[in-house]
Ligand binder design. Structure first.
Ligand code: PXP
Length: 237
């Protein structure tokens, strides 16, 4: 049974729509924790389109579960992470124009750079995870970086156009999880998971935590955060 990390970025997206102070992402994090989630996830993007540095420093002080900072490997962001000292850092690729993180981090191509960032973060006691595609070459490259965790990208599974493709993607995720664990990694998963597709992924053997944002915050608009988080926990457990 995996744990649930809630990504609260889109509460800040709504705040930024008016450039004011509400809704407050830090309050959202507390409500998610009170509803029973296992960690709070937040992505400090280079373009600061939702969460900003100040939010992160306050989250660091107020989060009672674990704070998982999603981040690119850009020097500026790495230096902030070393100051904030989240419990975990999930390294993701970042492109300015993307609507959301589109693919996994390319650990084959950027192995040396990623390894350097992993080393610096781990030296500060930060647990590191690499957001990668369910691909053997990426898993092998992730092992070489010295990261403890990977987070498997579930976007292709979530976007599958029919049941057959969904099953094929699920099988790929199961195989990648097994292979990663045999290679000595610990495995999380996330991206695009929602109330109708989460159960099958939650049943996959070996996945420790699911990180979910958009679907939970969207549902919270109608039923409130407490119920949105509890309903997701119910489906996972
Ligand atoms: N995991 C990672 C690494 C992500 O980049 C994101 C999106 O910020 C998520 C999980 C959550 O994705 P979603 O908002 O689609 O649930």
């Amino acid at each position: 049974m995996p744990k649930l990390g809630v990504n609260i970025d889109h509460v800040a997206t709504l705040r930024q729509a008016r450039g004011g102070v509400e809704p407050e992402p830090v309050l959202a994090a507390s409500l998610c924790e009170a509803a029973g989630c296992d960690s709070i996830v937040s992505h400090l993007r280079e373009d600061r389109r939702h969460i900003n540095e100040e939010d992160l420093y306050i989250l660091r002080k107020t989060v009672r579960t674990r704070l998982n900072m999603e981040m690119s490997i850009a020097k500026e962001i790495v230096n902030i992470a070393l100051k904030v000292k989240p419990d975990e850092a999930t390294l993701v690729p970042e492109r300015r124009k993307e609507l959301t993180t589109e693919g996994g981090l390319d650990c084959v191509r950027y192995g040396r750079e990623v390894s350097g960032v992993v080393r610096r973060l781990r030296k500060k006691g930060i647990v590191v995870s690499l957001f990668i595609d369910a691909d053997k070459k990426q898993i092998n490259a992730a092992v070489k970086t010295g990261s403890e965790f990977i987070e498997l990208h579930t976007g292709e599974y979530a976007n599958a156009k029919d049941g057959r493709e969904r099953q094929a993607q699920l099988k790929k995720l199961a195989g990648a999880t097994e292979y990663a664990i045999r290679s000595g990694l610990r495995v999380n998963a996330g991206h695009g998971l929602n109330y109708s597709n989460v159960s099958a992924v939650a049943k996959l053997e070996g996945i420790e935590e699911l990180n979910i944002g958009h679907s939970i915050i969207s549902r919270a608009v109608f039923v409130g955060l407490d119920r949105a988080v509890k309903e997701m926990l119910g489906l996972i457990r």
